[in-house]
Design a protein around this ligand. Structure first.
Ligand code: FES
Ligand SMILES: [Fe+2]
Length: 341
């Protein structure tokens, strides 16, 4: 079961060209296409007649045409053309989903359409600020349940073992983590003081020597994360650190879309407070982040397999407290959505 009343990322904006694009979210098959004005449309990917995926059909102007008997549907999912019929029955329709383009991503509302509220899409603090650089979005599929990924995104400690070539080093092994919950999610964070910068950050720093480093790992319900990193010269860490002249700040936005119980599509982009127009910096950051997330993918695929094949119970440890809080709240949100009436 998944939280339905939420905006999820269905695709990168750039993935939806002039072709039908089938995607699967929350165990549902959806087809995306663009109208002639460029606006994205999302429909149930199953014709009302014989359930052929509409993604096997074609785009006809602003409509999608089924590839079996030619029924055509508009953006509301209403059948507007039915060959060989005098009239179109009222139930000749497929479900349509609200879609919004924002941050180079296509967001889809999976709950009842009347509850869709664009203002609930994850707020990106510095979007549009010319003094901040953006590393354009990327995506991958991870073969695990999305809650294994929220576990990972609420666990700053794992960088010491999983990301030794990117986000982590020995300095990350033992600094305690603070955990607190907000109305929107859970935050696990810590300042590491006077430590060697982890390898991924080194090329971006405007200072030499040790740093104070913030790891702010925040996941909001149901599956959207802000992973903020601040690195400043050793001694300059703390509440005002991001104002320091040499501060390096990277906000990593990470959006998880459950495909089904064992697969998740992972979307992300990064924002930084340095060299906003430097394409070389963007490319280096994109490559570094992608390789770090590949390190996560290897572990997460194996974790899913480990649970699938395990004959013994698993344990929880101290660094799981944020993810366990998050999981409890997700379960209560799902239970609430499924209350009768
Ligand atoms: S299955 Fe789509 S028109 Fe018949
Ligand atoms: Fe990771």
């Amino acid at each position: 079961m998944f939280v339905r009343n939420a905006w999820y990322v269905a695709a990168l904006d750039a993935e939806l060209t002039d072709q039908l694009l089938p995607v699967k979210l929350l165990n549902e098959r959806v087809v995306l296409y663009r109208q002639s004005n460029g606006e994205a449309v999302a429909l149930e990917d199953a014709c009302a007649h014989r359930k052929l995926p509409l993604s096997m059909g074609s785009i006809q102007g602003d409509h999608v045409m089924c590839g079996y008997h030619g029924l055509r549907y508009d953006r509301s999912g209403t059948c507007v053309h039915m060959p060989c019929a005098d009239r179109i029955p009222k139930n000749a329709r497929v479900r349509s989903y609200p879609v919004v383009s924002r941050y180079g991503l296509l967001w889809i509302w999976m709950g009842p359409a009347e509850l869709a509220d664009e203002s609930q899409i994850f707020a990106v603090e510095h979007w549009g600020d010319p003094s901040w650089g953006v590393t354009r979005g990327d995506a991958m599929t991870v073969n695990c349940h999305y809650l294994y990924m929220t576990d990972n995104l609420l666990d700053p400690s794992h960088v010491a073992w999983v990301h030794v070539s990117t986000f982590g080093n020995a300095a990350c092994e033992s600094t305690p983590i603070d955990v607190h919950a907000t109305d929107q999610g859970v935050i696990a964070s810590r300042w590491m003081r006077d430590v060697e910068p982890a390898p991924l950050y080194v090329p971006f720093l405007g200072f030499k020597g040790n740093c104070d480093r913030l790891q702010h790992y925040e996941v909001r319900y149901p599956s959207h994360a802000l992973i903020k990193a601040i690195l400043v010269p050793a001694g300059a860490g703390g509440a005002q650190a991001s104002q320091h002249a040499a501060a390096f700040v990277m906000d990593s936005y990470n959006f998880l879309t459950p495909i089904d119980a064992k697969h998740t599509r992972y979307f992300w982009f990064q924002m930084r407070n340095i060299l906003p127009n430097d394409e070389g910096v963007s490319a280096l950051m994109a490559t570094g982040v992608r390789s770090a997330f590949e390190e996560d993918r290897v572990v997460l695929n194996a974790v899913q397999q480990g649970f699938d094949e395990s004959q013994t119970p698993s344990i929880d440890i101290a660094t799981d407290s944020a993810s366990l809080r998050f999981r409890r709240r997700v379960q209560s949100l799902i239970a609430k959505e499924n209350e009768p009436g």
